[in-house]
Design a protein around this ligand. Sequence first.
Ligand code: F6R
Length: 624
Amino acid sequence: MCGIVAYKGKKVCFPILLNGLKKLEYRGYDSAGVACLMNNKIHITKRAGKVKELENAINNKQSSKNCGGLGIAHTRWATHGEPNQKNAHPHVDASKKITLVHNGIIENYDPIKKFLKSKKIKFKSDTDTEVLVQLIGYFYKDGKLDFEKSVRAALQRVDGAYAIVVLNADFPDMMIAARKGSPLVLGLKDNEFFIGSDVSPIIKHTQQITYLNDSEMAVINGDGYEIKSVDKDVSLPKKVEKIDYKIDDFDKGKFQYFMHKEIHEQVDTILNTLKGRSTKSSVLLHGLSEYWEEINVAEKIYITACGTSWHAGLIGKNLIERFAEVPVHVEYASEFRYNHSIMDNKTVVIAISQSGETADTLAAIAKANDFGAITIGICNVPGSSVSRETKCGIHTRCGHEIGVASTKAFTAQISVLYLLALKLADSKKKITSHVLKKHLNMSGYEKSAVGLNPYGTKAIKSLLRKEKSINKMAQKYKNASDFLYLGRGLNFPIALEGALKLKEISYIHAEGYPAAEMKHGPIALVDKNMPNVFIVPKDKTYDKIISNIEEIKSRKGKIIIITDSKDKILRDLADDLILIPKTNQYLFVILATIALQLFSYFIAVAKGCDVDQPRNLAKSVTVE
Ligand code: F6R
């Protein structure tokens, strides 16, 4: 939610900042701006719309070539105030000496604004952010406090979440960054400093990274830097890490959209996630070993997450209850954080998050930690807040996910949950070693290096080869205004996920339902224009789902079937059918997901939607 990039060094800053903003645009894209320090003055350029608008504006300015080596930039996802130029960041204080970019929400902006107004400070925007920069300016004015102390004093008075970078025209060799609740990463290279909301704008320049923790500030001065506490003026030790993201992760390659690239990457990302995490007869989850004894005897498990990650949680519940026979409750993190959940040190709380920065998920983790629960993170971003704030965890190894609609992270999350369910079942002796071995060595598919590939690379590749026919189908349905997605058991969450993917990127209304539940209400929506997507594995639910299809068919609804069965009855019932390779019920879930991801993707492209940056959305939701 909002992307921040900043640079201090000897190079001209604008190209670095603009390039960085393009990498961060997935976090928000309703307006963008940059500020640099030239001749002891702050120069700001802002535009409503995408980074491209800002780039054009900058390229038309002669002065931008001499913009110097100190600058901050921002791409916005509006929280307070319309997405227009006035509300775009960076914002300045009344003296126009101090400028700041911000990601987060200042919750107590109203009383602070009233206070500042009582001091005759005039506001130019409708944002909460301007309140913060004006407050810093208020403390700095007339030499009340020095620059660093002014930033600290202001931060100590705000509630809510922030990641900020601040410049002061009186300190042309200084930059201050701070965070609480929103992520911020510092990249180090000789005498250059890079700051980003994540590593994507930094990785091209350096792999030496330090992650700021909550309530920490980085004070960069001259050629040196110090990490300090926001709460008091003390230095803190800092660990510099070498990160190994591939630059490829940030390029679309031959694909038109990141989402399409990321759908295709699932051939590798699932395997990467599984690699080294099992032998032929046991599951190895080293990230949990320190807490395994407690996890193994836990009496209750909560899974908490948002959006797509929550859908993965529903599959996790099914698998853990099925194999390990432990009750699992799945809760939206935004509800869990305020619910009266009953937890203690015999409770496991699994938080699932692609980004590792979702505000509600982090609040849910904090609550679980307060109760003494064993918190497990399933997260795609090493070093992220979820990774750091859970007691133990398992990383999905998908690389950077840039398309706003989550794809490869979801299938990797399911893979991890599958392993976790098996490991728990094995530890609790709820499955025999024979059954475990069967799961770990599903036959008929390419064997991975570890002998575990139930997710059959071959099957995924073969499905991806069919994408032309899925595209053809998408053209046929692109003008529908509503869809129903229906599945049972493990495939009910896939119906939810299929519907969510369609909604977010094509703006077509879609609902996911358990296939049999449909007749308790949603069936009233069905008419000859309504496509109904049925997910139909050839398993014990098969006959029941066929009855559900008949119910819709007899009301003239259009029937789209995703199945691994070649049965004639399905062909007769379907208006359209996607045949996925025959595998097993666990891999079916992954394959059906990929088919639905492609279906939504092609509909969105056919409708001319901006697939990677759908309206109103942002990749990581770092506000409540
Ligand atoms: C949907 C989507 C969102 C996220 C949700 C949680 O395609 O991307 O629903 O799944 O915002 O995000 P993470 O997993 O980063 O916590």
